[in-house]
Design a protein around this ligand. Structure first.
Ligand SMILES: [Zn+2]
Length: 374
């Protein structure tokens, strides 16, 4: 396994749900500590790492979320307990007999879905009842019983590729920057409670904890689409379900992509509007940041298998490695002033054709006016 895959496997060994991110957060802090990258916590428990060396022209803020859909106990009972779903999950995950992994005060315990509670019409999260041999407490929570991390050829299957893969890209980036001592300024942000409405990121963006001059890059695993396919490289994300991202921020990614194009063989990069969901670039954009994103094409989004079954999510190894390469290339290229290759091309075309357009415009106009006059 490559170093980034090792980081991902370590993260994935810690089941996680919205508001219950401590296991993943511990691994994040450990990797940052080993790499010698300083970090702090904001008042909401988001982790903010900051690498800075030299006098960077621009600072980046890489953002990923630590949580994944799960559930927490709403009512503990002697025979059956009731749980409330946190985030979106495959419908089959709520049907009787589905196996769960429950976090209790005494450790992990197996549990089983008993029945789906009647859905409420007020749009509130679904609830279900479950049984377990363990004593259930009101603070308990859990996840669906799926593989933490499995290598299957070129694919990595995980319960929570969304968004532990994004976290792994940021951690591998910070470790690489620190190891190479590269002149750069990069924040690595690991947020909480994304799956229940991008809450950690929104609180942080509103508070403007990170300087608003930073270029924000969301790192997300996002439902694969035509034009954003597994194994064809990381995706420069032009927007999400809600918002079109920032053009200037995206230009930094294009500068990085040029470096990957020059490699032998070139590393492929895709570009697409990922409308399958909303990512954390959106709250940052809404609160005044120049924000863009990189997506990893994701299979079995939110554990929904092809036939509606509950499955592990999966990503392609090449896309994970490619996302790291694209982020590092983007940071490296930012040492040079941002050039506008397409703007220069437009100017050349204007220069080449302006005279001819003027010369051939007059007869039609005169004809039109002549016709109108009668
Ligand atoms: Zn996500």
């Amino acid at each position: 396994m490559s170093p980034i895959e090792q980081i991902l496997a370590k993260l994935a060994a810690r089941p996680v749900a919205p508001l219950h991110e401590e296991g993943v957060a511990e691994v994040v802090r450990g990797v940052l500590g080993d790499a010698g990258v300083p970090y702090s916590l904001d008042p909401f428990g988001n982790i903010i790492a900051h690498y800075r060396a030299g006098t960077p022209r621009v600072e980046f803020c890489l953002v990923a979320h630590m949580d994944h859909p799960g559930f927490e106990v709403a009512r503990a009972g002697p025979d059956r307990s009731e749980a409330v779903v946190l985030g979106g999950v495959a419908r089959s995950g709520l049907s009787a007999g589905t196996r769960l992994r429950l976090s209790t005060s005494r450790g992990w315990a197996p549990a089983t879905v008993a029945a789906l509670a009647p859905l409420r019409r007020d749009g509130r999260s679904p609830r279900f009842t479950f049984t377990t041999d363990e004593t259930v407490g009101p603070d308990d929570w859990g996840v669906w019983e799926l593989p933490d991390f499995e290598e299957r050829g070129e694919l990595l299957h995980l319960r929570a590729a969304d968004d532990l893969a994004g976290c792994a890209v940021i951690l591998a980036t910070m470790a690489e920057l620190a190891a190479r001592g590269l002149a750069a300024g990069v924040y690595g942000v690991f947020t909480r409670a994304e799956e229940i409405g991008l809450v950690g990121a929104s609180l942080m963006a509103k508070r403007q904890t990170i300087p608003t001059t930073a270029i924000v890059i969301s790192l997300e695993s996002s439902r694969h689409l035509p034009g954003a396919e597994l194994g064809k490289g990381p995706v420069i994300r032009t927007g999400d379900l809600r918002r079109t991202f920032d053009h200037e921020a995206e230009r930094y990614l294009h500068a990085g992509r040029e470096l990957l194009d020059e490699m032998e063989p070139p590393l492929p990069v895709q570009r697409q509007l990922m409308y399958g969901g909303t990512c954390e670039a959106t709250p940052f954009g809404a609160f005044g940041y120049r924000a863009t994103g990189i997506a990893l094409p994701l299979g079995n989004y939110h554990n929904q298998g092809a036939d509606g079954s509950l499955e592990a999510e999966f990503i392609h190894r090449a896309d994970l490695a490619g996302a790291l390469a694209l982020v590092l290339a983007t940071i490296e290229r930012s040492a040079d002033p941002l050039t506008d290759g397409y703007g220069q091309l437009i100017e050349r075309r204007i220069k080449a054709y302006r005279k001819r357009l003027c010369a051939t415009a007059a007869p039609a106009m005169v004809g039109g006016q002549h016709h109108d006059a009668h």
